[in-house]
Design a protein around this ligand. Structure first.
Ligand code: DQA
Length: 147
């Protein structure tokens, strides 16, 4: 049986590659998607489906999270980006899920601005990974596959 993971990326992550490369690296989101798929194939022999979604719009992210309520995804990997620091709506949506939520941030936000220290969405995350750059998505998925 194919194991399925949803990966949601929040605002401005569509600009990865050109957006503050000194903070977020030089890969764009499709490079990261390709990297994750390729590495996963090397590391894991069984079939795994990764579905990637990106939106700059809070309500669209809420809708996408709600879709998981009637789906067979086994976990959600989410980089809520700036909404992590502000969005009660995304926090509330995540709270309705009964699958693991792995929150990832490419940068280590603890080394950054004070306003990035508050993470509302992390209150409903099972796992939080920061500062691993593009590897975070792969490692988040592996965290669910390995025993
Ligand atoms: C981010 C960190 C957030 O503070 C920021 O607003 C982002 C990206 C990260 O991946 O490091 O957009 O989530």
């Amino acid at each position: 049986m194919t194991r399925k993971f949803m990966i949601i990326n929040g605002p401005n992550l569509n600009l990865l590659g050109t957006r503050e490369p000194e903070v977020y690296g030089s890969d764009n989101l499709s490079d990261i998607e390709k990297y994750t798929n390729e590495q996963l194939k090397l590391l894991w022999n069984e079939p795994v489906e990764l579905d990637w979604y990106q939106s700059n719009i809070e309500g669209e992210i809420v809708n996408k999270v709600q879709e998981l309520l009637k789906s067979d995804y086994e976990a959600l990997i989410i980089n809520p980006a700036a909404y992590s620091h502000t969005s009660v709506a995304i926090l509330d949506a995540l709270k309705t899920l009964n699958i693991p939520v792995i929150e990832v941030h490419l940068s280590n936000t603890h080394l950054r601005d004070a306003f990035r220290q508050q993470k509302l969405t992390a209150k409903s995350s099972t796992i939080i990974m920061e500062g691993l750059g593009k590897r975070a998505y792969l490692l988040g998925i592996l965290s669910q596959l390995i025993k």
